[in-house]
Design a protein around this ligand. Structure first.
Ligand SMILES: Cc1cc2nc3c(=O)[nH]c(=O)nc-3n(C[C@H](O)[C@H](O)[C@H](O)COP(=O)(O)OP(=O)(O)OC[C@H]3O[C@@H](n4cnc5c(N)ncnc54)[C@H](O)[C@@H]3O)c2cc1C
Length: 409
């Protein structure tokens, strides 16, 4: 036998089972209630913090799992429990990844712990990139960060939208334009520390799904942050901007990725794993239902029309998980996504979740269409996966451009 394996090792299995226990015993029973309330489930985040499931330590451990499977395994189990509650638990991670991808060691050490707080006083964090006129088109971003030489501070102005935990976060990570001439190469990420004047929550959105997760606008009016809140530091930024100007003068493109893109690339397989979790939850529910529900004097699973749907659902879920694991393993092994494998995993898993949860409703018939049964919620929740962190169309654009080298529009 060679070294290749798709088996989780003993440590991973025990962590997975531990997360599964929390998802089954704490998240599942609370899912319908928090979906109806459309509020951040603080008591459940606190429960997670008490057992160490909501902590920097835990996510760092999973992030540095040498096989790359720590994060996808965690996401799949949590989102199997409930997508809305799970996003409230892991939303902080997107902001943390923003700091890990672009920050110095000192910035990581200072700010990431404040994003989580502790079990006695849990906190959340927000990553704010999207704007009303800059969703898929990140280059249309308008939020400006201007350096004030006199005070050594950065001054931020603009409106962010769709921010998970926006306005209720202890720490906000804000992507802003520092050099408008350079398009996305002229963006940088900033920490907005707790209680900074000028940052306020705008509209809180009433959503179709993942309703236990808070999504809101974040308004920045003359928000002043100290110079060391620029992620990566000013020297590095100045060097990067100078290089970008050189390239622009010589008519060249490429070079280092912009700040928001670096965050998204790292997190795409993780979003794929979330989708796998929701899809698996709906499939398992539908399988059990189809075995128990009788029509025409026999369980409905006796019909090929139902059983084949379940066969397709499970096949697609397993295929999605394999794409997610491949991308996560590649990222951890330092292998570049030469065929946009991160985007492939997110595209396939998110589309699978939408399809599988719709099939689950069909298998449950009228019951599937009601809020008495969880597949209705899972279907609403699954619609987010093809939208956030780059829509399915944008993933296809990234994949097609990467494969062809052609600037397909
Ligand atoms: C619940 C929720 C949570 C979110 N959390 C965050 C967060 O924490 N932080 C954050 O910064 N953002 C967040 N987002 C924002 C999310 O990433 C954006 O909604 C997403 O990038 C799409 O942008 P948009 O909504 O402006 O859609 P648009 O960009 O306006 O797209 C509309 C449609 O046009 C299509 N389209 C656009 N351009 C092209 C093209 N070139 N080719 C083909 N089709 C195209 C899109 O695929 C889509 O179908 C969140 C969004 C939601 C709904």
């Amino acid at each position: 036998m060679g070294d290749f394996t798709l088996d989780l090792n003993d440590d991973q299995r025990s962590v997975r089972d531990w997360i599964h226990g929390f998802a089954a015993d704490v998240m599942r029973p609370a899912a319908a209630e928090w979906d109806e309330r459309e509020e951040t489930p603080w008591p459940i985040i606190q429960e997670a913090a008490k057992i160490g499931l909501y902590s920097l330590d835990f996510y760092a451990q999973q992030f540095f799992d040498p096989t790359g499977l720590g994060i996808p395994m965690t996401m799949e189990e949590l989102f199997w429990g409930d997508a809305g509650i799970a996003l409230s638990i892991v939303g902080t991670g997107l902001a943390a990844v923003g700091v890990l991808a672009n920050g110095t060691e000192e910035q990581i050490g200072t700010w990431v712990p404040q994003m989580y707080g502790d079990a006695a006083d849990v906190k959340v964090a927000a990553f704010c990139s999207s704007e009303p006129d800059a969703g898929s088109d990140v280059g249309a971003m308008r939020t400006r960060a201007v350096y004030d030489e006199a005070t050594g501070e950065w001054v931020l102005n603009g409106t962010k939208t769709w921010a998970t935990n926006g306005g209720i976060a202890n720490v906000h990570v804000v992507v802003a334009v520092v050099d408008p001439e350079l398009g996305t190469r002229g963006h940088a990420s900033f920490i907005v520390p707790p209680g900074t004047p000028g940052l306020s929550q705008g509209q809180k959105f009433k959503k179709h799904g993942i309703r236990a997760s808070h999504t809101a606008e974040v308004v920045l009016e003359d928000v002043r942050v100290p110079g060391d809140c620029l992620l990566g530091g000013k020297d590095k930024l100045d060097e990067r901007l100078a290089r970008a100007h050189e390239r622009a003068k010589s008519g060249g493109a490429g070079g280092s990725k912009n700040a928001a893109m670096a965050t998204f690339e790292a997190s795409r397989p993780a979003v794929g794993a979330m989708a796998v979790g929701t899809a698996r939850a709906a499939y398992e529910y539908a399988l059990e239902y189809a075995t128990g529900r009788e029509q025409f004097g026999r369980p409905i699973i006796d019909n090929q029309g139902v059983a084949f749907q379940l066969a397709d659902m499970r096949t697609q879920i397993d295929a999605a998980r394999l794409l997610v694991w491949r991308a996560s393993w590649m990222a951890t092994a330092g292998k570049p996504f030469t065929s946009a494998e991160g985007s492939m995993s997110k595209l396939f898993a998110s589309e699978t979740a939408k399809k599988v949860t719709a099939q689950a409703i069909q298998i449950l018939g009228g019951n599937g269409y009601t809020r008495e049964y969880p597949v209705e919620r899972m279907h609403r929740d699954s619609a987010i996966y093809t939208i956030f962190e780059g829509t399915s169309e944008i993933q296809r654009l990234v994949i097609a451009r990467t494969l062809s080298g052609v600037p397909i529009r």
